[in-house]
Design a protein around this ligand. Structure first.
Ligand SMILES: [Zn+2]
Length: 300
């Protein structure tokens, strides 16, 4: 039973991923939001403009059948298509599984639709947040910009998540208001989900706003600052601190690799959002174990 549900979720995720690809390819960096007119309309080959047939529009499988080339002009199809589709499919399967185990909800109950109603909304919000982060990752990599619409969407989802959590706190296992679990006792002044997320919003956001002003906008863009506010709302305190630290470490390593391989100079732009996204994923999935390992190093 559950394996059928997983299969359907994955296929549905692939289809959503193919829609995300359309959003990415038709996003014009001049506009700060997505334009509905650009999004509608049939897909065509980026090289010869041939309108794609139905059999060329099947997520993931079309790319495999066509061996990564356009059936008309033979031009290579961007690897972005299958990668984004696959990741989107993965999000629809992995997020419910991971969060069920994190919140102690039995997956059998979840997939039989027997979990509490608010919990389904909670999972849906998390899936939408991960899809937005996937979009931000690719768009910032391509255009060095984060669409305002996505930052606003993540922020609003963060507010909704926090409220859902706050109103149902008694039904949730202890120490689940942070992905760092009981280590919030060490790092956070509050044991209250509402204050933690408010502190994450102001703490994470204002810190990056401060960096933006002292670097006069050279270190990072305003989009990164807005993303820091939004992620702070979603992840709360102290999670946003760990996300920022991991993002700086990864970004620093990447910049050093590029610098020493002479591919870029220090003055070149480096998109920061992808590091933010990777750091968030690491914190959500492995944050607790990272901190635990860190304390074990010092026998604490
Ligand atoms: Zn073509």
């Amino acid at each position: 039973m559950t394996s059928i549900v997983f299969f359907c979720l994955f296929i549905f995720g692939l289809a959503i991923g193919s829609f995300l690809n359309v959003l990415i390819f038709r996003y014009s960096p001049e506009g700060r939001f997505f334009n509905i007119k650009d999004i509608l309309g049939r897909s065509h080959c980026m090289s010869c403009r041939k309108t794609l047939e139905a059999k060329e529009l099947i997520p993931l499988f079309s790319f495999l059948f066509l061996r990564g080339r356009c059936s008309s002009c033979g031009e290579r199809i961007s690897l972005q298509y299958p990668i984004v589709e696959f990741l989107s499919g993965g999000i629809f399967v992995l997020i419910p599984l991971f969060l069920n185990s994190f919140f102690g909800i039995r997956s059998v109950l979840f997939f039989s639709l027997l979990a509490p109603g608010w919990y389904y909304l909670f999972i849906l919000l998390w899936i939408l947040i991960f899809l937005s982060l996937l979009l931000i990752f690719v768009i910032d990599l391509k255009h060095y910009i984060i669409p305002d619409g996505l930052n606003i969407f993540i922020f609003v989802s963060g507010v909704a998540l926090t409220l859902l959590f706050a109103f149902n706190e008694t039904h949730i296992l202890p120490f689940r208001e942070s992905f760092l679990r009981n280590y919030t006792l060490v790092f956070s002044p509050f044991q209250n989900v509402f204050y933690n997320h408010l502190l994450g919003f102001f703490g994470g956001g204002l810190f990056f706003l401060f960096l933006f002003f002292i670097s006069k906008g050279k270190g990072m863009g305003m989009g990164d600052v807005k993303l820091a506010f939004a992620l702070g709302m979603v992840l709360g305190w102290p999670d946003i601190v760990l996300v920022s630290m991991i993002a700086f470490i990864l970004g620093g390593i990447w910049a050093a690799i590029l610098y020493f391989s002479k591919k870029k100079t220090m003055r070149d732009k480096l998109p920061f959002a992808p590091f933010f996204v990777i750091a968030s994923v690491i914190t959500i999935f492995f944050g607790f174990n990272l901190i635990k390992g860190y304390f074990l190093l010092f026998n604490l």
